[in-house]
Write a protein that binds this ligand. Structure first.
Ligand SMILES: Nc1ncnc2c1ncn2[C@@H]1O[C@H](COP(=O)(O)OP(=O)(O)OP(=O)(O)O)[C@@H](O)[C@H]1O
Ligand SMILES: O=c1ccn([C@@H]2O[C@H](COP(=O)(O)O)[C@@H](O)[C@H]2O)c(=O)[nH]1
Length: 240
């Protein structure tokens, strides 16, 4: 009999940038399909999955602000980018027969339903994958914060960050070849050491709500399921 998964309900924050694949912009459908297959595997294990997808493959508000543009408008554009990615992920999941719904923090009823905590919880209880689009709905935030917020709202047992690197290091591993990877670290240590893999608001929110964070490489096929079986390669952020 397959081992019982470590978590019953999880929130996966998937990197928007990863969706580009080898392109410089936009969505490589084969990457979206691959991420969807990992989520389908988790569903087959009986794990309830909520998904937040970033927007970095299309637009980030900070990029506008750094060129002297209006930050709030830039952030609105970034949030719309996450809606585009969410619709792409829904398509990939539905192709695999995974029952999926998109709930957006910004109302756009012709495209998808609007977010409410009650509706999200009802859909998750019914076994649907719920994709949370539009970030928090507010500028000056990121999808990491949106992921921590939605994880708390749906009562997730863990927040997974599927990103470009395979865990949290003592420094950015893309810049420092001597950086050392942690297997386990506390929320407090991530904050006090200023480790940049996830924004501080997200870490603080997860900490306040006793939600462990699991950082792993979204590029590793089957990596999500392996961690859920207790076998994977990742950094676990949890109280000691
Ligand atoms: N201490 C650290 N440990 C691991 N990664 C770090 C660290 N400091 C910085 N990073 C960088 O953080 C990046 C991940 O953060 P970021 O949220 O920007 O990317 P993302 O997951 O691709 O999100 P998005 O959805 O916005 O595209 C990694 O690719 C890594 O280079
Ligand atoms: O709550 C939110 C979430 C996101 N944004 C904007 O969207 C982009 C893309 O999100 P990433 O987390 O960077 O992938 C982000 O840069 C913000 O501009 C937001 O304003 N509010």
């Amino acid at each position: 009999m397959p081992a019982k998964p470590l978590y019953r309900r999880v929130l996966l924050k998937a990197s928007g940038e990863a969706l580009m694949g080898d392109q410089h912009f936009g969505i490589d459908v084969s990457v979206a399909d691959r991420i969807a297959s990992d989520i389908a595997e988790a569903r087959e294990m009986g794990v309830e999955v909520g998904l937040v997808i970033g927007g970095g493959n299309i637009f980030r508000g900070l990029a506008v602000a750094s060129k002297g543009g209006d930050r709030v408008t830039g952030d609105h554009m970034g949030m719309l980018a996450t809606v585009i990615n969410s619709l792409a992920m829904r398509t990939s999941l539905v192709k695999l027969g995974v029952d999926t719904v998109v709930l957006s923090a910004i109302a756009m009823p012709e495209l998808c339903e609007s977010f409410s905590q009650r509706q999200a919880t009802a859909y998750m209880n019914a076994g649907k994958v719920v994709i949370f689009a539009g970030g928090t709905g507010n500028p000056f935030f990121t999808t990491d914060s949106a992921a921590a917020l939605r994880a708390a709202e749906i009562g997730a047992d863990a927040l997974f960050k599927g990103t470009q690197v395979d865990g949290i290091y003592s420094a950015d591993p893309k810049k420092d070849p001597n950086a050392v990877r942690y297997d386990r670290i506390t929320h407090r240590e991530v904050l006090t050491q200023g480790l940049q893999v996830m924004d501080t608001a997200a870490i603080a929110l997860a900490r306040e709500n006793n939600i462990p964070i699991i950082v792993y490489s979204i590029h590793e096929k089957g990596g999500f399921g392996a961690i859920l079986r207790g076998e994977g390669h990742c950094t676990i952020v949890a109280d000691a």
